[in-house]
Unconditional design. Structure first.
Length: 166
């Protein structure tokens, strides 16, 4: 996934130029296949839409599931980002946590108390946990998965709801 991100964010690209033909490059026939397409960036596409599906975004849930790579890595990263960016309303906000989910689990308490979006902080927390997500995260993600309704076959939402293992 890092290779895909580095390739599409390389300096000198026209993505940031407001006068660019960039948004129309495929429509104008200037390229056969957009370097920003889901087929050209399957890891990034899947990662983004797993995060979106967990957070309840219908567009992500309806995205086609086209991935044929190392899903465990993409899934772990997606769950971590969904937790970090969505925890404000997944836990402390609108969704109540079960106190018994966290009872006696110091690592859960650490994950709940850690704030901010600094990747180094979350990576070190994940590394300290042996790259295994704590119970509080797994239970919260499971509740989010249960909320996914009316999924279409072969979509990211269907995958996250029915087959996603984290």
């Amino acid at each position: 996934m890092a290779d895909e991100i580095l390739r599409i964010t390389r300096a000198g690209q026209e993505t940031g130029n407001p006068y660019s033909y960039f948004p129309y490059q495929s429509d104008l026939g200037l390229v056969r296949r957009s370097p920003y397409s889901s087929n050209a960036n399957p890891y990034l596409f899947t990662w983004i839409h797993i995060i979106g599906s967990i957070l309840g975004h219908k567009r992500s849930q309806n995205a086609r599931f086209i991935f044929d790579g190392r899903l465990a890595d993409v899934g772990l990263n997606a769950v971590l980002v969904a937790w970090v960016y969505g925890y404000g309303y997944m836990g402390r906000g609108g969704e109540a946590e079960d106190e018994e989910d966290r009872a006696g689990h110091d690592e859960d308490e650490l994950w709940v108390k850690t704030q901010g979006r600094d990747p180094k902080t979350w990576y070190s927390l994940l590394k300290k946990a042996g790259f295994k997500l704590p119970r509080v995260v797994l239970k919260t993600i499971a509740r989010r998965r249960e909320r996914i309704m009316d999924v279409r076959d072969d979509t990211v939402g269907e995958y996250v709801k029915n087959r996603f293992i984290c």
